[in-house]
Design a binder for this molecule. Structure first.
Ligand code: NAD
Ligand code: DAU
Length: 337
């Protein structure tokens, strides 16, 4: 099989390409990535066979016409992925996540209705109220809160519409928060690990009461594999990693304990606007496709902490840039007050 992966130099895309070629060594992968701030161009330098990297934009339909012929499957990761950046610059999210996905769908249709697997997020469903035991599932109505989740919701609608209108063979996965190796250190888990390595405080938004489901990235990759190989065309599958959600403050304390640090390292800071809560039911993918996560939160965090401890050269420059972004965001928010 020949697969076009988009966004394969980002966090999940990098892990997915490694996972896929390990488990399907005769398949071929073309990795199309624009190399934004979130990509590391050297992530996959060691891949020698059955792998081709193309630097480019998913909005470039001429380039897509050159690389899509012969592809059997598109796995679409490329996106602007950070909620805080979408609050700062929403238009970029409309361009990449909505127009970019539309451009890719049109190209998939043009080149013989190529199978299209779309990677989406649980954030499209909105927020679980505090104190409620409910969970998002495939039938939860869309109610996005941030410009990021609104752009992902829109992209999901376009993917489904191409399935219904043009018969494009699509599948969608909506997953919870991923963590693991190669994650850009703007996101909570790598930000706190690298702050602790640097003896810096961990900024916790609000009182840390917001909660999420956490999914180790390799478990996400195996879930995508299950949907690609066994999923039903036209269907959506929700993916989560835990049976119960975790409050941010509990996650932060767990990482602090695993790294042998003290809770004095926590600093409560201003809350994120429209800060929401997520909990995902992964019953459907479990029952229909037999998938379940392998890692517990603790085992996944141990692997992740070890990776960041052993790969400082990978994250050092990115961390400087990520903290510059946060400084700019704070200055901007202070100016607006
Ligand atoms: P990331 O930000 O780490 O990587 C995104 C990649 O896409 C980067 O390599 C970037 O260069 C590339 N890219 C961005 N714009 C592009 C464009 N116009 N053309 C080509 N490439 C472009 O993101 P991630 O965390 O790996 O997320 C991957 C996908 O998974 C996204 O669609 C995201 O919405 C979704 N998702 C992520 C999470 C999570 O917890 N990280 C959870 C649910 C869903
Ligand atoms: O749920 C899936 C989503 O998870 C994905 O669609 C997004 O691409 C991904 O970025 C992630 O979004 P979140 O907003 O949940 O992730 P983030 O790591 O930014 O924040 C996780 C939680 O931690 C959130 O409640 C905000 C809080 N937070 C975050 C940062 C960066 C802090 O308290 N302090 C921080 O410094």
């Amino acid at each position: 099989m020949k697969i076009l992966v988009t966004g394969g130099l980002g966090f999940i895309g990098t892990n997915f390409i490694r996972y896929w070629l390990n488990n399907h060594p005769t398949d071929q992968i073309i990795n199309l990535d624009k190399i934004t701030y979130a990509a590391n161009p050297h992530n996959l330098d060691d891949l020698k066979s059955n792998y081709l990297f193309v630097q480019g934009d998913i909005l470039d339909s001429v380039l897509l016409d050159q690389i899509l012929p012969g592809c059997d499957l598109i796995v679409h990761f490329a996106a602007e992925s950070h909620v805080d950046r979408s609050i700062d610059d929403p238009l970029l999210f409309v361009k990449t996540n909505v127009l970019g996905t539309y451009t890719l769908l049109s190209a998939a249709k043009k080149h013989g209705n190529i199978r299209f697997h779309h990677i989406s997020t649980d954030e499209v469903f909105g927020s679980i109220p505090f104190g409620s035991n409910t969970e998002f599932s495939e039938s939860t109505p869309y109610d996005p809160s941030s410009p990021y989740s609104a752009s992902k919701a829109s992209s999901d609608h376009f993917v489904r519409s191409f399935g219904k209108t043009y018969g494009l063979p699509i599948t969608i996965t909506n997953c919870s928060n991923n963590y693991g190796p190669y994650q850009y250190p703007e996101k909570l888990v790598p930000r706190m690990i690298t702050n602790l390595i640097d003896h810096q405080k961990i900024p916790v938004y609000g009182q840390g009461e917001n909660f999420r489901d956490w999914l180790y990235v390799t478990d996400h990759c195996s879930a995508i594999e299950a949907v690609i190989t066994k999923g039903k065309i036209g269907e959506t599958y929700c993916i989560g990693g835990l049976k119960e959600t975790c409050r941010n403050i509990d996650l932060v304390n767990l990482v602090i304990n695993l790294m042998g640090k003290s809770s004095d390292q926590i600093e409560f800071v201003a809350d994120r606007p429209a800060h929401d809560n997520y909990a995902v039911s992964w019953q459907k993918i479990n029952q229909d496709l037999g998938w379940q996560p392998k890692e517990t939160l603790e085992s996944g965090l141990r692997k992740t902490i070890d990776w960041y401890l052993n790969n400082e050269s990978w994250w050092r420059q990115a961390k400087t840039e990520a903290e510059e972004f946060y400084k700019k965001l704070n200055n901007y928010q202070n100016l607006k007050k």
